[in-house]
Design a protein around this ligand. Sequence first.
Ligand code: UD1
Length: 380
Amino acid sequence: MLIDIIAGARPNFMKIAPIIKAIESAHAQWEVDLQYRLIHTGQHYDKKMSADFFEQLNIPTPHINLEVGSGTQAEQTGKIMLRYEEVLLHEPSDLCIVVGDVNSTMACAIAAKKLNIKVAHVEAGIRSGDITMPEEINRIVTDSITDYFFTTSEVANHNLRHLGINNDRIFFVGNTMIDTLLSQLPNFRKPHIWEIADLRERNYLVMTLHRPSNVDDPSIFKQLMNEIIASVRGLPIIFPVHPRTRKMLANLDIKVPNLYPIEPLGYLEFNYLVNHAKVVITDSGGITEETTIMGVPCMTLRNTTERPETCTIGTNLLLGDDPKAIKPAMDILFEGNWKKGHIPELWDGKTAERIVDVIIQLFNKSSSVSSIENQVVESK
Ligand code: UD1
């Protein structure tokens, strides 16, 4: 069978890397008929947002690059659909695997499904409830046409059941992002900024902000920055800046000696910094999962999260959109009272293997692979 694996934007790359490895190893080990075609949509195209991740995570060069680049929501989504449809019309696949919630995820799911190609969604079922976020729309639309739902949590299973999805299409397998994190932990690398800012363990903050709601309005962005700077007791703030944030930050003209805005980091350097940080301040979703695994305190500058287990089980706290919430949270942290957190169920580094086992069972019933019941926790 031919499987398309779709990747478009930075947070996709760590999710597809272990799936590709698991496909390759299943193919070699069990001699099952399993071919894949890696399709990069080109949503992210900067070296630091894309190529560096392929190199560090040993992801093979994509078979096809749709090279769509930036654009408005509809432009980007439409271009991806048109170009992926062309690929499928030329050579259809048997299954299209999409991951996460970016525009590439939704666009390719639609293009495949309209050609009657089965769609598998990795990280299905999560919801923030905030329909103003493009990612939430992408999640809802993708899940509405998905055939096989691979989930990271019981909450996601529950959300899907609530939508009327049958249990036999929901596979609670864990988190492929964590597969990558656990396998790359020994390879984490100290970035140059460590020496430049004279960093010491647990004595600096890492910050990432790129959501339109936080950075697109200069007065909101400035207020957030001022509150953060005022409440960190002079500790260095390392701020790898996303391309969309770069333009906005330049306009704010903030210059304080402990703020270090730097270029986006590679995966290995970024997670080295996170692993040794006192706290991470972010508006990303994926980073809150990584801090949970590394046991690093995390403050999320959003009103909602699609990953509630990072708060209920992990080290994450939602601060909402009021900048005044930052100082009290910092006080708890500096007093040493931040929650310790635990590891969510099945975030164990073996998720991609489970996904590939399920796919083999679904598409190749006669395979000699051991029963998936042993490995996949059935959603109750
Ligand atoms: C996308 C995802 C978001 C994810 C984020 C991580 C959607 C709807 N959003 O948001 O969920 O958290 O990626 O990075 O899919 N740009 C560059 N170089 C690049 C890519 C983008 O300069 O390689 C600039 C462009 O000016 C572009 C802007 O960044 O207009 C935004 O890029 P886009 O892909 O539209 O969305 P992100 O904000 O990156």
